[in-house]
Design a protein around this ligand. Sequence first.
Ligand code: NAP
Length: 172
Amino acid sequence: MTRHRVLGTGEGIPWHLPRDQQHFRQQTDGKVLVLGRRTFEEMDGWFTNQLPIVLTHQSDYKVANGLRADTLPSALALAEARGAHELMVCGGGQVYESALPIATHLILTIIEATIEGKVCFPPFRDDGRWHRTHHESFEADAENTHAMTFEWWQQSAPVVTDRCDPHRHLDT
Ligand SMILES: NC(=O)c1ccc[n+]([C@@H]2O[C@H](COP(=O)([O-])OP(=O)(O)OC[C@H]3O[C@@H](n4cnc5c(N)ncnc54)[C@H](OP(=O)(O)O)[C@@H]3O)[C@@H](O)[C@H]2O)c1
């Protein structure tokens, strides 16, 4: 996302940053992911070594080489049933908003660009629950047209509900 939390235009991601794509592949390699139906359809064919769980209210939605869930707790239960120790939330805006209160960790890429967009990551920096543990910055170069920073954050007190306890599912 940009510093102003823009994730996309609504039709796609308005930047091409191979360094960030490689980072995303490395971080998600071998993992179980959960994505909103719109994000999944944009990324169709991208998943080579990941198991995508697609959130949708459409009961007849078919996911080739993946799974469907109609709620976030169902997605957590599916991941746990497959022996996963964590479920990585990969957007879009709607799904990030639902998952942020129960998330334990964030891996963010902050892109140094001013871009208008309809889809945003939810606000989180000022609520005191999240703290940044480390980061790594890169200048723009011939392949990557914007400077970027990879950031790792942890939430001190993720919300636990009777239907959704992140500590049951995630390594902390
Ligand atoms: N910059 C980035 O790193 C990044 C990452 C991911 C996505 N994006 C961008 O984000 C955009 C999409 O974001 P978005 O917010 O419009 O859509 P989204 O979150 O990808 O998908 C929304 C859809 O997911 C389903 N859904 C969401 N929450 C649900 C829930 N709690 N239970 C059941 N189903 C649920 C619904 O599908 P149904 O309508 O089928 O019920 C909903 O219409 C894309 O254009 C993409 O480019 C950017």
